[in-house]
Design a protein around this ligand. Sequence first.
Ligand code: PGA
Length: 286
Amino acid sequence: MSESRGISTICLLDFSTSAPAAKAGPAEPRPETFRRMLVKPLIAGNWKMNGLAPALAEIETVAEIVSTSLPNADVLVCPPATLVHRAVQTAAGRIAVGGQDCRPEPSGAFTGDISAEMLRDAGATAVIVGHSERRQYHGETNALVAAKAQVAWRAGLLSIICIGETEEERTREQHLKVCKDQLAGSVPEGASANNAAIAYEPVWAIGTGKTPTIAQIGAIHAHIRQCLVSRFGTAGTDIRILYGGSVKASNAREILAAPEVGGALVGGASLTAADFHPIIAAASAT
Ligand code: PGA
């Protein structure tokens, strides 16, 4: 698929404020405040295996609120594959719709799987890859996640590449190394703000109500930024780093204001407009 299709994807999510195309190479990262002015936060909802047709009403409500309140955020909802097409119709361009996974091959004998091209065909403009639940329940490796991210770009989708340590790794203070290794293995060459976002999701914070402290979030996001810049140069300064794991109305503002946090990947609190909207609104307040 042509690159121009990828660019139109970016426009739908209003990445037009992203930095101009930059060549990889050594670069000084720009000050955090300047980057925040250039790149809007991305607030993405991951519905996981939740949602039947009536849940489309929640998308309608969120889309309506977004179109009238014009928050300073790109808003994305990733429903289950069965709802992607109807979600796109419901959203009608007011918010973006994405998938939760894709297989690297464009088509073939892979019963039950879905390709990036199929998601794009259904109207999606983004896809989550390498979520810890995929890594855990489907044995996904870094190499497979990188392959998925790459096909997603070819199909014109923004890929949200997930990384994050387990509780045991955090206890053993291995989290910096784990995230560095996951970034090195899961993020393909050519990553930029136009085709990728990173979601840092500590496994122990997902669906548990536990969150790292703001200082811990700031420290690991700074580490992730450093890894991206040392590998991608200027392009690495603008890739959004989302925080995920028990984000909710009551903690969103503080988390989104932390250094190097460029948005949120929200699970449980994205299932209803009542819970999701305050998180979107918090992005405007940071
Ligand atoms: P949670 O899930 O917000 O329910 O913790 C986040 C995620 O898994 O993406």
